[in-house]
Write a protein that binds this ligand. Sequence first.
Ligand SMILES: NC(=O)c1ccc[n+]([C@@H]2O[C@H](COP(=O)([O-])OP(=O)(O)OC[C@H]3O[C@@H](n4cnc5c(N)ncnc54)[C@H](OP(=O)(O)O)[C@@H]3O)[C@@H](O)[C@H]2O)c1
Length: 231
Amino acid sequence: MGKQIVITGASRGIGFETARILADLGHSVIAVSRSEDGLKKLQSTSAGRIIPLSLDLTRPDSVQRIIDLILKETGGVDALIHNAGLLINKPFPELTDSDWMDQWQLNVMIPVRLTRELLPYLNPEAHIVNIGSMGGFQGSSKFPGLSAYSVTKGALSILTECLSAELASQKVSVNCLCLGAVQTEMLEQAFPGYQAPLNPGEMGEFIANFTLNGHQFINGKILPVALNNPG
Ligand SMILES: NC(=O)c1ccc[n+]([C@@H]2O[C@H](COP(=O)([O-])OP(=O)(O)OC[C@H]3O[C@@H](n4cnc5c(N)ncnc54)[C@H](OP(=O)(O)O)[C@@H]3O)[C@@H](O)[C@H]2O)c1
């Protein structure tokens, strides 16, 4: 039976491809991003059920609008993919407080808030997938310019372990995929000219499959998904 899935950051890049693949497989996908054009393109590219929601996740009413749409369209959630992210590449001395806070807000507080407020709507056996980064994977190579971004992704990794312990009684699984480099606008802006070994479609395929099946085998884990790793 088709699952009900919510994914953030679906207007382009990895989120776009993940949403497209999940919808093409017959699942209902609430696709959240600011860009209406990006979401329209997603809808027209997919043969499946994409329910677009254009909003800025950092606005105070964003979570309520997502809940309203869940109640109207699906009633419950089987998978929640926290994919929207912000990367500001600057040397540590140049990173301002607002650079730190903007990345913290989107990369950590939005998954925190969205998870907390969506808990009552998560179906039994639901899977929360946090899209982390190798930058936030302990012991991996680190790259100059990514200190704030990597700290936020590290926080998302640890949040994964904490939530999986707290949500076990509700039969909700939580995992974090720490991605290596994927050829997207984010990577292009942060590392102009860098050639990633994977495209968003290839990574989307992996994330879609992991979201649907991974929690039958894995819970509370921080998993590197990388061939190499600026990103
Ligand atoms: N690409 C890589 O090499 C790489 C490596 C490791 C981890 N990751 C992680 O993978 C995820 C996806 O990355 P990507 O490379 O596909 O990034 P991307 O091309 O920059 O896409 C980011 C997505 O997030 C959405 N978004 C950003 N700010 C938002 C906001 N305030 N409200 C709602 N949506 C917002 C964007 O849509 P709108 O602009 O339309 O809102 C867009 O759909 C991120 O979490 C990133 O950190 C990527």
